[in-house]
Write a new protein. Structure first.
Length: 220
């Protein structure tokens, strides 16, 4: 027995409109495609035992296991496949799709690191006879020599720490919660964490916890 054309069209429209991310996950988990190869996934056809999905890398067939008995089985089977795909890919069922701005201590951290970046970037401009030289020599502990020594001394540690933090949020949080590498939201979180540091990860974790509570409350 084949899928009724009207039912098939409704399923295809729903999946493409509301579940494009799940289609991408099917391709990655069951067909072994990379994230880039599975990008822009669209369901183009469906039978009782397979889905035809077109992505950035071409057209692919994803086997529906076990096969559908009828169109009425589609929702349960596709949800089950989505859960299996998430498990295979190490993804969470809590998905985050937004970036939020620093707040509280994160603002202070962002301002402090931003100030240091400006100091490091303009260090060569601090020359005898300039206003910056005169101000620093008069106000900074040990004068200009102390200022230049400090900016240079902490450059490598600051760089290593903040690169590591940016890498860590991408590795342990962003992909796990559905933020695609290279997307605008991914770039915002990575760049912000590079500057803000650990408070950005705490803020992201707060978003995850809020989504968990919403999901739990929806069950009751």
């Amino acid at each position: 027995m084949a899928l009724n054309e009207a039912h098939k069209a409704r399923i295809i429209g729903h999946m493409n409109q509301d579940h494009a991310k799940e289609l991408t996950q099917y391709l990655r988990a069951f067909n072994g495609l990379s994230s880039s190869a599975a990008r822009s996934a669209q369901l183009t056809d469906m039978t009782l035992d397979a889905m035809t999905i077109k992505s950035a890398s071409g057209t692919h067939t994803v086997t529906i296991t076990p096969p559908l008995g009828s169109a009425a089985d589609a929702r349960v089977r596709l949800v089950d496949m989505s859960q299996r795909a998430q498990q295979l890919l190490g993804l969470s069922d809590i998905q985050i799709s937004v970036f939020t701005r620093p707040e509280g201590g994160g603002i202070i951290s962002t301002l402090g690191v931003s100030l240091y970046i400006v100091c490091a970037a303009t260090l060569a401009l601090v020359q005898p006879g300039t206003a910056a030289w005169g101000t620093l020599d008069a106000a900074f502990p040990y004068g200009v020599a102390g200022y230049k020594w400090l900016v240079k001394a902490i450059f490598l540690p600051v760089l290593i720490i903040h690169v590591t933090e940016a890498w860590w949020i991408a590795r342990t949080r962003l992909a796990k919660h559905g933020i695609e590498a290279g997307s605008a939201v991914w770039l915002l979180w990575v760049a912000n964490t590079f500057v803000e540091g650990y408070p950005a990860m705490m803020r992201f974790d707060g978003l995850v916890e809020a989504e968990k509570k919403k999901k739990e409350s929806a069950k009751h």
